[in-house]
Ligand binder design. Sequence first.
Ligand code: ADP
Ligand code: MG
Length: 623
Amino acid sequence: MVYIITKERIDMPKIKILPENVASKIAAGEVVQRPESVVKELLENSIDAQSTHITLIIKDAGKTLIQVIDDGIGMTEEDAMLAFQRHSTSKISDIDDLERITTLGFRGEALYSIAAVSRVELKTKTNGMELGTHISIEGGKFIEQRRVNCEKGTNIIVKNLFFNVPARRNFLKSNATEFKHIYDTFQRLSLSYTNLRFTFIDDDKLVIDLPESSIEKRIQFYFGESFLDSLIPVRFENENLKVWGYIGAPHFAKKAKGQQFLFLNNRFVINKSISHAVYRGYEHLIEKGEYPFYLFFINLDPKRIDVNVHPSKLEVKFDDENLIYSSIYSAVKDALSTKDFSPQIELKELDDFSAQTRFKNPIVEASGFIAKEIYGQPKKELTEKDFTSTQKQKSDKEDLFIETDIVEKTKQILNSLTVEYIDDSVETNVTRQVWQLHNKYILTPIKNGLMIIDQHIAHERILYEKAIQSIENAIPLSQQLLFPQTIELSKPDFELVMELKEYLEKIGFDLKPFGKSAIIINGIPQDVKQGKEKEVILDILEMYREFAMSSINDEKDSLAKSFACKSAIKAGDPLTEKEMLSLIDNLFACKIPYVCPHGRPVFIKLTIDELDRRFGRTTNKEF
Ligand code: ADP
Ligand code: MG
């Protein structure tokens, strides 16, 4: 065996099998539960190996293939063999080490457990070696080892997960669900290791490519620019504890905990008492059952944490929970007290800061970005300019214009508006005037000014409420097609249609599977134009997928939103006066006419006062 021995190689920690007394101190847990578990372990190994660029490749939501490629320190030939043994690790060696863990892994069980239930190919090379090592293992059985030419770092492929444990394989959830788990893990790791480049390729398509950057840029990527602008910094530091990060404006709070991130010494963890402390910090700003966004980094002496409590469930305990609780509680409370959250909806600077920007839905924005990349469109590079452009225009009040969880959250803020709306309602007399501007906006006078309605967004709101109602009450209104249409779908599209068939039917589609991957459309919802059925179905599927990938996970709601967006009249469609009037009537019969399901405003009002102000006219003074 010819090794070129270099300094790096001598310094590299060697893999050892943990002695029984140490191994037994480590809580045993089932390491591999689903494709996501494999992804997490492999990505963590790459991070521990001091990589600077980590690429995750999956196929079939990880069920057929998971591959992680890194440019880290790699392994020597002996280490690569040892790595697959139970309790083999280079990260700790004695009981005392358990008190000072600074790596993500330390149990030495992951590679062993993964190899036991899949087909693994590993290629790895350290800096000091000329040739790398290739190892194949199937279902825990060693197949072969040979020397290969390869890049420095580690490239590991895990194929056919649970191929030898059919019971486990059958328990895997749908691809959409398994993908979501993987996506969450990738998101968490890429949010905490912002100094590394992360690339994610799903079914041969580049989904995410995050260059080394800052936490702010990563938040912007995942949640959108407007979301980033609304964040409130939190910082707390004393000799025992350092906490820093961001909390979200109260109206961003969600009904689920998906947007709460706690990184303890850079490891994503869950701690109920911290979540509760944050919740208490918001006091009356949010309601019970709502979870505000937070992203905290906490640095603590590893001695004071017991990461062992729950090997797979991410829960941690602190030795002094009370101190941490009260520190977080006051840090959050103080941060919030610097902001004014009273509702304020008034349009000020129409020309240089469009209301549209303020209402942008970060999740749609973020997932839109991802989807664009999936569908092969040019990737948007985040530039410094992108990042700062809206921050300059930001003021505290404007935070309130950004809405995400529309149905629930806007109700509260907008309830106050209902009164206002009745006051300067669209004039209801017979001679109501409407104009269409650039086949895009509808203009109509209101008592104290002018209302400008976005025709697409207004129709989207109407269709969304209608769809939700049909799904909930199961009263589909379908128009039967004279000539049923057969559509050949890709396999994933076909599966998604089958998954959503029940809801699609409630909305008004009348569909039947035909052969392996085609469907016959016999009927379509009344609002879909005949001849557009194929286009609409494909568009709905595409958009639904974007939602499924973001943190919005409510099937019915996502489908209603996709349907509404894709079936609504578009900007550019000319409308007759009758159509405009009926659109306005239907809009104001909606429960929430003010914002579209994605959170953009449906209309804006330009008041006479505003016009007066702009023309330099004041009520009392005439020039
Ligand atoms: P643990 O991470 O708990 O130590 P694993 O089973 O995940 O246990 O990995 C075993 C050992 O294999 C690690 O301690 C490390 O030395 C080595 N190893 C695993 N993955 C990599 C990698 N991507 N690059 C370099 N070394 C690795
Ligand atoms: Mg590991």
